[in-house]
Design a protein around this ligand. Structure first.
Ligand SMILES: [Zn+2]
Length: 327
């Protein structure tokens, strides 16, 4: 007999732990109290981005504006509304300059501020690589569109007080974004949960009971799973945004974040059902859910909000400013 276990996500949903879009708080930072460092305009005047290219192991240096276009090529759909593209350009520029100005380097690439791995820092595609991938004609269109958004916001960053804001972003939420406190355990005044108008894409992952069992055993060690698979999941707890905070499987409590990692599902906002011996995860949204939702920014832009309003919404209490005078 089929038996369904339902996690009913409310009309609001939130995202995952592990970042899938750029703008990531380095792992080490999550448990630490963050030290804010005021930025120095003079120092930033001649600033150069050091980028580690993961495929070749090279380090390349470039101006921030060129870097932002390359990140846009990798991370942002070129057919988004112009105001959403401009909001993304400011977020990417701010995120990168914060790292560069603080001289923050991940242990993964100590020689460079940032790498081109979207799952670690932010994705980056050079114009030449884009041409190889999409051909000259399409690349010209993509590049020109994204470059326009970068040029129209040249030099603009978000600041919080005297510091450059940590403008993390993600692919999509569904109803509400997530706070940095909930996801990384770090309280950041402008990375709080706000409503977002994203559409709600649902992705599905199906595991046979044997696969489900094996993945769990590999990750959490001993766990009591026997008998009917429909009875393995005993309890599901959700937070006030509808995200799974804890689940009890075979007598063991596992956090929603951990479960999301184990089964590589897009979000901690999921329904889990058991049908014909298969365990099925249906999830909403994609990414860690903190900061700006790219899909939400596009929806706001299409409804008439300009990029300033979009940034104000996703990063409340921050201020748009120029990090250097434009030439
Ligand atoms: Zn990196």
């Amino acid at each position: 007999m089929n038996y369904k276990i339902l996690v009913v996500c409310l009309a609001v949903f939130l995202m995952v732990l592990s970042p899938t879009a750029g703008g990531i708080i380095y792992e080490g930072q999550a448990s630490q109290k963050r030290e804010e460092v005021p930025f120095d305009k003079e120092e930033l005047e001649e600033i150069t981005v050091e980028l580690y290219i993961t495929s070749t192991g090279e380090k390349v240096c470039m101006d921030i504006e060129e870097y932002v276009v390359g990140v846009m090529m990798a991370e942002v759909p070129y057919n988004y509304d112009t105001e959403a593209l401009k909001a993304m350009a400011v977020a990417i520029r701010s995120y990168a300059l914060r790292r560069v100005s603080r001289n923050e380097k991940s242990p993964v690439h100590l020689a460079a501020h940032l790498c081109d791995d979207y799952s670690h820092c932010m994705g980056y595609i050079s114009f030449a690589d884009a041409e190889n991938r999409w051909g000259k004609e399409r690349t010209d269109v993509y590049y020109k569109t994204l470059e326009d958004a970068v040029n129209e916001t040249e030099g603009e960053i978000l600041r919080y007080g005297d510091c450059i804001a940590d403008t993390v972003f993600h692919v999509s939420s569904g109803g509400f974004t997530e706070s940095a406190q909930n996801v990384w355990g770090v309280e950041v005044p402008y990375l709080v949960s706000v409503p977002t108008p994203d559409k709600l894409p649902v992705s599905r992952r199906i595991f046979s009971s044997a696969e489900f069992c094996e993945l769990l055993l590999d990750s959490v060690g001993t766990i009591e799973l026997s008998g009917d698979a429909s009875e393995w999941i005993e309890k599901i707890e959700k937070d006030d945004k509808g995200r799974v905070s804890r689940i009890i499987i075979g007598g063991k409590a596992i956090s929603g974040r951990r479960l999301r990692e184990i089964f590589d599902i897009d979000s901690t906002c999921f329904e889990v059902t058991c049908e014909d011996g298969n365990i099925i995860f249906d999830t909403v949204g994609k990414g860690h859910g903190v900061g700006m939702s790219m899909a939400g920014a596009d929806a706001f832009a299409k409804s008439g909000k300009d990029y300033r309003k979009i940034l104000e919404h996703y990063y409340p209490e921050t201020e748009l400013t120029l990090f250097r005078e434009n030439t």
